[in-house]
Unconditional design. Sequence first.
Length: 335
Amino acid sequence: MVKVGINGYGTIGKRIADAVKLQDDMELIGATKTRPSYEARMAVEHGIPLYAAKDAEVFEAAGIKMEGTLDDLLAQVDIVVDCTPGGVGAQYRDVYKGAGVKAIFQGGEDHVTAGISFNAMANYRDAYGADLVRVVSCNTTGLIRTLYPLTQAFGVDNVFASLIRRSVDPPASKGSGVNFIEPSLKLPTHHGPDVKTVLSDISIQTMAVKVPTTLMHVHCINVKLSRPATKDEVLEVWSRTPRVRFVRGGDGVRSSAQIMDMARDLGTRRGDMMDIVVWEDGVSVIDRNLYYYQAIHQESDVVPEIVDCIRSMCKLQDGAASSMAKTNATLGLKG
Ligand code: NAD
């Protein structure tokens, strides 16, 4: 059993905690909090041992039982999943190294923080036995999930993607205006180069616009395929791709709102949708140009990738297929 700790129990951290608890080859030792928030109280209610990332006294004053400090947590684990806010993780890099534990960073950190960026399907073996790995962001994970199988099946000459981004996550009560559409003016945006940290040979450019919604991101993607393919051939490839799921506008799935309603109907924890969702009746092929729309549940799509990353770094499964199958079965994802 690999012993896992989580530094930063927020949007991603709490989901990793739940996912790790479902794996029979991993043990969740605990998670850190910085403040005695409602999330800290919920963690205690769910039996997750809490450790203070900073000041332990504030928790005692609030009546929340802590098991120790971050150092105490690091002393017990084989691997720590850093889920602190973007840019903060890099500051802990030397702390993790000093404690002699392996560490996974999130997409909010730069590639250089770990030197290896990860997606289970595309480069599981690159992380095998590694000490430091970064799991790419929610948007990058979504792009790789649908693009990688296209590179294998047809070859890809070029990709252009427009990302319609949620402004903040659902729990945020500040930072989200109600009347704005905000383009990212630094072009191309960082998302394309980020895909290349995993798929180094792909040619990709991206633009992005932030909109006042919290539920999901939506990508509008144009892929120039290397060889001609029909729409049915493309759909057949994705139908065999784990963690890529079809929905149909014809079934009334017109927007991210219905997708998240579907996720609640599926009965997933927190109503999460960890699969990448492609509108089947929104796929079109003209000459060698493939066009499609996909939706990304930003709070959860990286969770199965992080579970697989733990397996690769700790050498629990030799290859992506067996690790992904295990993760998919435990989290209820499309295999
Ligand atoms: P979050 O703000 O929801 O959670 C961060 C947690 O870290 C909070 O509990 C916060 O209290 C804690 N924290 C803050 N400073 C800390 C410190 N110095 N030490 C320890 N803990 C500290 O953030 P999040 O959305 O979970 O994002 C975490 C990482 O995951 C970021 O790199 C982000 O870019 C990446 N990510 C986020 C999303 C998303 O959409 N939310 C998706 C994919 C990846």
